[in-house]
Design a protein around this ligand. Structure first.
Ligand code: NOJ
Length: 533
């Protein structure tokens, strides 16, 4: 049986503001994405997920949507989008959009109506509540960006709830008309041919109906950001969200069932693994891939990683397909967290674990977090809680393509600064360098495409110690060994009998790894893929 594309393929996240500008405004656009499709094909990915491109006041850079069925003029037009889709499909690339169902912009016509009067027929499309007895907010819930999650509306004399900025009011998903309208949005894009959605903050979508206070978080430290003062026990991950996820899945599956191509749903969910697993569905299937963010936060040590991998594998429900993520537009970059040498090891890990990998644009260049001066800060997260290193601008900087003006990203002033090392850390230059991390990514992606064991094979942990993590990937007669050295010492690792005659298919370090007398000699910070001979 052949695996569906979303199981053996690799997803590449594009942050559209920062990918490629073509109209000279310092902001990336859809034509820019179209122009770079061949680069993505030559990189070797299978699908792109584009962060929001809908009309938006951009208070949260597109995660505040003012119209779900159109394109923001900064990014282009619907016709441009159709072109991107057609050109991507021509090249065999799938296209996923970002679906932001939990909240709209406060400029969305639905909210404009909702706040117009208490009698408005869209009043209950959002979450309105009377003040507490003392006139304050209805409960203690805190916005993810700090401060109360309730905003007082003078005109109608009630509070509305916003899990993020006050400019991002939460929709009331308990209302059938909201569900129907949002399901129509999904159909609008599916009918145009999009291959799936990444669903923003899926676990936030339903809140406890009686709005109880959230309990304090005993592990809270101020540097975590104010939202962590409380545990989001009642404001997220409510049982009713699963019905919604199942209804979304029904819509997606309808297309496959009608022979119109399998569509995929990926849920953004930051929850412990046991809770995360529920989003695969129970009696009814839910999202295909609840994002697994564990590699971002796990200490970069062999034993810790092995524990995460094996416990995640063990927790998967029957038929649940795994997935792995190293970075995204909200979290520090892998190169910043792990350093350049280990960013290469991380690339091997991401692309050789069982499950669908999602690669964040720029990570294939080893792009690090870019220092943003106070005067250049754009991210509302940083502006609201400055100095805690919670800001996301450093990971959203322009893609450096070549060594021409502004790294080929724009002819204008880029909306965020480029990485200082762009004259050398850019796609054109690194494509020429046999030892660059970009070349490593290309080789890994090609290897993954050629060896089914790497994408859909079984995973077996072979060995773990203080610095080494070694596993097998197996599919039919294809047996591969992946060995990662997370430390600065070199190691000699005896290979299992069946692997004694292995040969090195790929290494992160030039000419270092060696198989000799049935043992693998692995250099410091080196990761290798071996094929049993
Ligand atoms: C999650 C998105 O990834 C993040 O960028 C955004 O700020 C919040 N959701 C609110 O939409």
């Amino acid at each position: 049986m052949t695996a569906p594309w979303w199981q053996n393929g690799v997803i590449y996240q594009i942050y559209p503001r920062s990918f490629q500008d073509t109209n000279g405004d310092g902001i990336g656009d859809l034509r820019g994405i179209e122009r770079r499709l061949d680069d993505l094909v030559s990189l070797g990915v299978d699908a792109i997920w584009i962060s929001p491109i809908y009309p938006s006041p951009m208070v949260d850079f597109g995660y505040d949507v003012a119209d779900y069925c159109a394109i923001d003029p900064r990014f282009g037009t619907l016709a441009d989008f159709d072109d991107v889709l057609m050109q991507a499909h021509r090249r065999g690339l799938k296209v996923l959009l970002d679906f932001v169902p939990n909240h709209t912009s406060d400029q969305h016509p639905w909210f404009v109506e909702s706040r117009a009067s208490r009698q408005n027929q869209k009043r209950d499309w959002y979450i309105w509540h009377d003040a507490a007895a003392d006139g304050g907010p209805p409960n203690n819930w805190i916005s993810d960006f700090g401060d109360s999650a309730w905003e007082w509306d003078e005109t109608t004399g009630q509070y509305y709830y916003h899990a993020f900025l006050k400019e991002q009011p939460d929709l009331n998903w308990r209302h059938p008309a909201v569900r129907a309208a949002m399901y129509d949005v999904m159909r609008f894009w599916f009918d145009r041919g999009v291959d799936g959605f990444r669903i923003d903050v899926l676990w936030h979508m339903v809140k406890a109906a009686d709005f109880p206070n959230n309990p304090p978080n005993p592990a809270y430290r101020p540097e975590m950001g104010e939202m962590h003062r409380l545990l989001q026990l009642h404001s997220t991950d409510q049982p009713e969200v699963h019905r919604i996820a199942a209804e979304m899945r029904d819509i997606a599956d309808g297309y496959g069932a009608r022979g119109q191509g399998e569509r995929v749903l990926i849920g953004e969910i930051y929850l412990p693994v046991d809770r995360l697993m529920h989003y695969y569905g129970g009696e009814r299937p839910e999202v295909h891939l609840p994002f697994n963010f564990q590699l971002i936060d796990t200490p970069w040590q062999a034993r810790a990683l092995a524990a995460v991998i094996t416990s995640y594998e063990a927790a998967l429900p029957l038929g649940g397909w795994p997935n792995w993520v190293l970075g995204n537009h909200d979290r520090p970059r892998v190169a910043a967290k792990r350093g350049q040498a280990q960013a290469r090891v991380a690339a091997v890990l991401l692309l050789t674990l069982r499950g669908t990998p999602t690669l964040y644009y720029g990570d294939e260049l080893g792009l690090s977090d870019v220092m943003i001066e106070a005067s250049q800060v754009r991210d509302p997260r940083e502006l609201r809680e400055p100095g805690l290193a919670l800001g996301r601008d450093p990971v959203r900087t322009p893609m450096p393509w070549d060594d021409s003006e502004n790294a080929g990203f724009t002819t204008a002033h880029p909306w965020l600064p480029l990485n200082a090392d762009w004259p050398t850390r850019n796609v054109a230059r690194m494509s020429e360098e046999p030892q660059s991390i970009l070349t490593l990514y290309r080789r890994l992606l090609a290897l993954r495409r050629n060896r089914r064991a790497l994408s859909i094979g079984n995973f077996v942990l072979l060995n773990v110690d203080d610095e080494m993590l070694v596993y097998e990937r197996r599919h039919g007669s294809e047996r591969l060994i992946v060995a990662l050295n997370l430390g600065a010492q070199s190691h000699r690792l005896p290979l299992p009998d069946w692997g004694r005659g292995s040969r090195v298919l790929l290494s992160t370090v030039a000419d270092a790894a060696l198989v000799e007398d049935g043992a693998l000699l692995l250099g410091s910070n080196e990761a290798v893929v071996l094929e049993a001979g």
